[in-house]
Design a protein. Structure first.
Length: 329
């Protein structure tokens, strides 16, 4: 049933994607803000309370609904799984930015591409060199594909196989959003309401994302240049401050043969461990601390799209085989 739930959710999401501004996202922001406002009193254990109510409680409620529907009608339970996956998993939740940026670059409208990147990632992209602009688009797109598709997919399959329905999809999506929301609040407000809450949410998401990040990287290696992807994974994952992100990006860089990492102004991506003087050109020189490969070009955007879709097909085929083996067994 997991295979059909994922497949139908992806098809529906392609045909009827959620709009860029939607009530689900607004409700998620309101829910996260409400839990922080009502259950956070600044103590260390309050960070656990807020995270549990904000992330774990909805996952439990989703499982309870799935359990009740399963006892009543399996088709209703399947429909419930599809609805939850439609709201938590899918390319169209982020791909409109990627598509619009790629279209702008293909038209030669780099100003529009920079504006869209700034809107997408809340950063100042006005001084980025051309190759750095492409690199940022590639890196953010790969991470978005992992967090919106592969991470949700792996947690859904895992907990669904244990009889917990779509609880894994909700757990992963809310954990990812919580870690991102409190970090965003700390930047916009200046001082986080509870620094322990921000740190705890990021730490818990790092743990939750540990295995999915490595499965995503392995999928990229299988459907791309396997030897180079594994080599980059082992050698270059440490270029990024986040170990999980580094593994994904290093493996993807090797699989496609593109140079990622290296120079970046600190205000753009604070998770990067290296910096440079904004406005400096890296067109003809190797960026320090980058993966090997060709400098990012417009054609690499199409290569990245192909890499992601091939990886989706790979994991869907494996899920189909597992589902078939379970039925036969």
């Amino acid at each position: 049933m997991s295979f059909f739930a994922v497949l139908l959710a992806l098809v529906i999401e392609q045909l009827r994607p959620l709009p860029r501004q939607n009530r689900i996202h607004d409700s998620l922001v309101a829910w996260t803000r409400w839990t922080g406002r009502n259950f956070d009193a600044g103590r260390d254990h309050h960070a656990w309370v807020v995270w549990t109510i904000n992330v774990a409680l909805p996952a439990v409620l989703v499982f309870v609904v799935h359990l009740l529907l399963t006892r009543f009608n399996l088709m209703l339970a399947l429909a419930w799984d599809i609805v939850v996956l439609y709201l938590t998993l899918g390319f169209r939740q982020f791909s409109h930015y990627f598509t619009d940026i790629r279209n702008a670059l293909e038209r030669g409208d780099e100003i529009q591409a920079r504006r869209l990147l700034a809107e997408w990632r809340q950063l100042d992209a006005s001084d980025l060199p051309h190759t750095e602009l492409l690199r940022h688009v590639i890196e953010h797109s790969l991470l978005a594909a992992h967090r919106h598709v592969f991470g949700v997919f792996f947690w859904f399959v895992l907990l669904s196989s244990l009889g917990l329905g779509p609880a894994g999809a909700v757990l992963y999506r809310l954990a990812e959003f919580s870690s991102r929301y409190w970090a965003f609040r700390s930047r916009t407000v200046g001082v986080p309401i509870n620094e322990r809450l921000m740190q705890r949410s990021q730490q818990l998401f790092t743990w939750i994302d540990h295995v999915p990040a490595r499965l995503t990287a392995f999928g990229f290696a299988v459907v791309g240049d396997f030897e180079e992807a594994i080599a980059c994974w082992r050698r270059d994952a440490g270029l990024w401050r986040s170990g999980n992100d580094g593994i994904i990006l290093a493996a993807a860089a090797g699989a496609v043969g593109v140079r990622l990492g290296g120079s970046a102004p600190p205000p753009l991506t604070p998770e990067r461990s290296r910096g440079f003087t904004a406005g400096g050109s890296t067109e003809d020189t190797d960026a320090a601390g980058s993966t090997p490969g060709l400098p990012p070009e417009l054609g690499h955007l199409r290569s990245v799209v192909g890499l992601v879709w091939r990886s989706v097909v790979l994991w869907m085929l494996l899920l189909a085989l597992l589902s078939l083996a379970n039925l036969v067994g």
